[in-house]
Design a binder for this molecule. Structure first.
Ligand code: NAP
Length: 280
């Protein structure tokens, strides 16, 4: 049995689908009471503060995919790994971020570095997947695309080797299924280095609508960012760090996805075609 945390999320959803296609037994560990079991898919509804429910969800689990929103990543990973060890889960695959390659001077970096350390010290087999920026982050532009045909990114107009979360799912499936990837930390990016402005052009072409790219001032970007993620010092700090740095670990493409999957990473245009309705 393979357990997947975050089965409704950008990466977890793809893992569940790929494992079911391979006819493997999957258990979705979700906080969402509305998620329903299907053929080949068990559902365990658990809040990860509830140790007894989390323990029950780990019966007969051989391998587990671990992720959490960044604000609770270290805390939740600690809780989940403790229960996993106790219940003999053999293999752990953690979704981390390429921000873990940066110096530990901001909260998201620290959260990812702490979670990685917990998994490495777990005594289980482990694989760490450090994702670059997800293509799905562009869904944050959907509201202004629908209302004003505008893209108003809060980040600088620098290139980034954005990755389709489904490629991370595919790598996670490989790591969950066999020991070849144990004790490996992989940095995962897409194959194209695209600026937000170039992404806007691709969106415009694939959606068949004219879109304007609007560059925001620091103040406008901060207003948009706290509206999305909440007005806390941590959130403001994260945006300032993002906008201040010119050399970020997710900007340059890496060969890891091709090396592991034996195919090229999916392109942004493909991702847009699959997700077009979200922008209409
Ligand atoms: N977005 C990026 O560009 C990026 C880049 C690199 C790494 N990452 C990593 O990927 C993670 C997820 O990123 P995402 O932005 O794409 O989010 P997302 O996949 O939409 O994540 C939401 C998922 O988190 C699950 N979850 C698990 N524990 C949770 C909790 N305590 N509270 C709320 N939700 C919880 C939810 O599952 P249920 O509702 O089913 O429980 C939901 O499916 C980040 O935290 C980060 O570590 C993201």
């Amino acid at each position: 049995m393979i357990a997947v945390i975050g089965p409704t999320g950008n990466v977890g959803r793809g893992i569940v689908e790929l494992l079911r296609n391979k006819r493997m037994s999957v258990r979705a560990l979700t906080r969402n009471p509305g998620m329903r079991p299907e053929e080949g898919l068990e559902v365990a509804v658990t809040d990860f503060h509830d140790r007894a429910a989390t323990a029950a969800a780990m019966q007969n689990v051989e391998a587990m995919f671990i992720m959490a929103p960044v604000a609770v990543l270290a805390e939740q990973t600690t809780a989940v790994v403790a229960v996993a060890r106790q219940h003999g889960v053999r293999r752990l695959v953690l979704l981390s971020s390429l921000c873990a390659e940066q110096p530990p001077n901001n909260a998201p970096t620290l959260q990812h570095q702490m979670a990685e350390e917990i998994v490495r010290e777990s005594g289980c087999e482990w694989t760490i997947l450090r994702g670059g920026q997800f293509m799905s982050n562009t869904l944050r532009w959907a509201a202004s695309i629908r209302s004003a045909r505008q893209v108003r990114p809060y980040v600088r107009n620098d290139p980034s080797a954005i990755i389709d979360p489904l490629d991370i799912s595919a790598v996670a499936v490989e790591a969950l299924r066999c020991s070849t990837h144990r004790a490996k930390t992989y940095g995962l990016t897409g194959a194209e280095e695209l600026t937000p402005e170039q992404c806007t052009k691709i969106l415009s072409e694939r959606l068949g609508i004219r879109l304007d790219y609007v560059e925001l001032s620091d103040e406008e970007a901060e207003r948009a960012y706290v509206q999305l993620f909440g007005d806390t010092a941590e959130v403001r700090e994260k945006l300032r760090a993002l906008r201040a740095s010119a050399d970020l670990p997710w900007q340059k493409r890496r060969p890891t996805v091709s090396d592991i999957l034996g195919r090229s990473p999916r392109r942004f245009a493909q991702w847009v075609d699959v997700n077009a309705t979200a922008f209409r």
